[in-house]
Design a protein around this ligand. Structure first.
Ligand SMILES: NC(=O)c1ccc[n+]([C@@H]2O[C@H](COP(=O)([O-])OP(=O)(O)OC[C@H]3O[C@@H](n4cnc5c(N)ncnc54)[C@H](OP(=O)(O)O)[C@@H]3O)[C@@H](O)[C@H]2O)c1
Length: 437
C-alpha cells in the first residue's frame, strides 16, 4: 500500500496545508490494534490537515511497516515526541503506567492529547482535563467508551442543551456476544465464553469483561460527561454475568424479555443510582435488540426525551474512527481558536445501587414438597409480594429450575430475603437474582 499522507503533507512539514490551513502534527503512542488502524486512516484519507510524524512503541523495530511515509519517525523514547513539534499526542498503548505519566508530560509540554484508555480516564479524567485547561490544551477521549459509537461527543455536544438524568447502555461487547450466543444456541456459559475467546471477542483472562469492571469504568465516564457527576468506578456496583444459563433465556422469553449486561446511571436528586449487572430487558426496548459485540447507549433528558446511540463498540477500525474524529476536532479548534465550551458545575452525588424494580429469582433445587411454601414464608416476612411462579415441565427432580418473579420492591429488601433463602438445604446453587427493567 502506498501512503497518501506524503502527497498532502510531506512537502509542507510543520507548515501550511495547500488550502492555507496549518498542518496538525500527530504522534502515535502504541502501534497495536487501534494504533495501526489510526495510522491507516491517517495514511489513506488525504485532504485532512493531519500529518503523522512519530510512532512510538516498545521494541519498535519489529513494528515497522512499509506503508507509512518514510518521513515518520519510529521511536521507543517518549522524549523524542515531547521535544518535537508534535501538536497532538495519541495514546493508544493502554495501561495505567507509564501512560498517565506520559500524558501529563505531553500536556505540560504544550501538546493536546487523544486517548482511548477508559481505565485511565475513569480514574484520572478530571485531573487530566484540569491540567489540559491550565496548559491551554485539550484532552479528548471519545474512543474510551463504546469504541466507534460517537456517544461522548453526542452527550458532550449534541445533547448539551438538555438536562440529562439517565444513561443506560450495553457497553461491553464481550458480554453481549456471550449472552447472545447462550440465547441463540442454548449453550452453557462456559461454551459461549470459549467460543468468544476463539474468535477474539474475549481476552484469555476475561474477568474485567465478565465481572463488569470494564463496563463500570465506561459508565463512570458517561456519568461524568452526560450527568456531570463525579463518580469513582470503584463506587459503582458490578455483578458478573457468569451465573446466566440458557434456561434463564427460556424463562425471560416467557416474560416477554431477554437478558443483557446493562450499565445504568440515573440521577435522582442528590443520589446517583449506578450499577453494571445482567438484567431482564423487555423485548420492546432497543437494549434487547443489541446483538453480538455491538454497543448501545440510551440517554434520557428532561426536555428531549430518549436518544439512542449504537454501533461497533470495539475493533481496530471503528475505534480508530473515534480517535481520528477527536484529532480532527482538536485540529479544527486550533484553526478557529475555540476550545472548551462552558461546562455545567460538577455534582458529587451519593452513589447507590439500591434500585426499585420487579425482580427475577431463578432457583435450582432438589425437588421435594413444601419448597414454594418455605420461600414464600421468607419473602412475606420481608414484606415482598410474589408476582408469579413459573416452572418448565420435564426437568430432572434432582436439578429442577424454577422461577419466582416479584412485584416492584427495593433490591436491598430482596438481598435481605436471599441471605435467609440461600441457607435452605434444597438449593443446588445459590438463587440467581436479576432486576427486570
Ligand atoms: N481494541 C479495541 O477494540 C479497543 C476499543 C476501545 C478502546 N481500546 C483501548 O485502546 C487502547 C489500545 O488498545 P489495543 O487493542 O490497540 O491494544 P494493543 O493491540 O495491545 O496495542 C497496544 C500497543 O502499545 C504497545 N505498548 C504497550 N505498552 C507499552 C509501553 N509501556 N511502551 C511502549 N509501547 C507499549 C504494545 O506493544 P507490544 O506489541 O509490545 O505489546 C502494542 O503495540 C487501550 O487503552 C484499549 O483499552 C481498544
Amino acid at each position: 500500500m502506498t501512503g497518501r499522507l506524503n502527497s498532502t503533507s510531506d512537502s509542507s512539514a510543520g507548515g501550511a496545508h495547500k488550502d492555507g490551513a496549518k498542518n496538525c502534527n500527530v504522534a502515535l503512542i502504541g502501534f497495536g490494534t487501534v494504533g495501526s488502524s489510526v495510522a491507516k486512516i491517517l495514511c489513506e484519507r488525504a485532504n485532512t490537515h493531519l500529518r503523522l510524524t512519530h510512532v512510538l512503541n516498545r521494541n519498535v523495530a519489529r513494528k515497522k511497516v512499509d506503508w507509512l511515509p518514510s518521513s515518520v519517525q519510529w521511536t521507543e523514547n517518549i522524549d523524542d515526541v515531547l521535544s518535537s513539534d508534535v501538536d497532538v499526542v495519541v495514546e493508544v498503548m493502554g495501561g495505567l503506567q507509564p501512560t498517565e505519566d506520559w500524558i501529563r508530560r505531553a500536556l505540560a509540554a504544550g501538546k493536546s492529547v487523544v486517548t482511548a484508555n477508559k481505565q485511565l480516564i475513569a480514574r484520572c479524567g478530571p485531573e487530566l482535563t484540569g491540567l489540559a485547561r491550565r496548559m491551554n490544551q485539550q484532552i479528548q477521549f471519545g474512543a474510551s467508551v463504546a469504541g466507534g459509537v460517537p456517544v461522548i461527543s453526542g452527550l458532550h455536544e449534541g445533547l448539551a442543551g438538555d438536562e440529562l438524568f439517565k444513561i443506560q447502555g450495553i457497553l461491553n461487547g464481550t458480554c453481549n456476544y456471550i449472552l447472545s450466543q447462550i440465547e441463540a444456541n442454548g449453550v452453557p456459559f462456559a461454551t459461549a465464553l470459549r467460543e468468544a475467546q476463539k474468535l477474539g471477542f474475549a481476552e484469555a483472562d476475561p474477568t474485567e469483561d465478565i465481572d463488569g469492571l470494564d463496563a463500570r469504568a465506561k459508565l463512570a465516564i458517561l456519568a461524568r460527561v452526560g450527568l456531570h457527576c463525579n463518580v469513582r468506578p470503584e463506587s459503582i456496583v458490578a455483578r458478573s454475568i457468569s451465573a446466566i444459563d440458557s434456561v434463564d433465556f427460556e424463562y425471560a422469553n416467557q416474560l416477554g424479555c431477554t437478558i443483557r449486561q446493562i450499565s445504568w446511571a440515573e440521577l435522582r436528586g442528590d443520589e446517583l443510582f449506578a450499577a453494571v449487572q445482567p438484567a431482564l430487558v423487555e423485548l420492546s426496548s432497543p437494549l434487547s435488540r443489541v446483538e453480538g459485540s455491538r454497543n448501545l447507549v440510551m440517554a434520557t433528558g428532561t426536555y428531549g426525551g430518549e436518544t439512542v446511540f449504537g454501533g461497533h463498540g470495539a475493533g481496530g477500525h471503528p475505534t480508530a474512527v473515534a480517535v481520528v474524529s477527536d484529532i480532527l476536532a482538536i485540529a479544527r479548534s486550533r484553526q478557529t481558536g475555540t476550545s472548551y465550551a462552558g461546562q455545567p458545575p460538577e455534582k458529587n452525588p451519593t452513589v447507590t445501587s439500591d434500585y426499585t424494580a420487579k425482580h427475577y429469582l431463578r432457583f435450582l433445587v432438589k425437588d421435594r414438597p413444601g419448597i414454594i411454601a418455605s420461600l414464600s414464608t421468607i419473602l412475606a416476612h420481608c414484606g415482598i409480594n410474589i408476582d408469579a411462579v413459573v416452572q418448565k415441565p420435564g426437568c430432572p427432580k434432582s436439578h429442577l429450575p424454577f422461577l419466582i418473579t416479584l412485584e416492584e420492591c427495593k433490591a436491598s429488601l430482596v438481598e435481605q430475603a436471599l441471605q435467609q433463602i440461600d441457607k435452605l438445604d434444597f438449593l443446588v446453587h445459590p438463587c440467581l437474582h436479576l432486576p427486570i427493567i
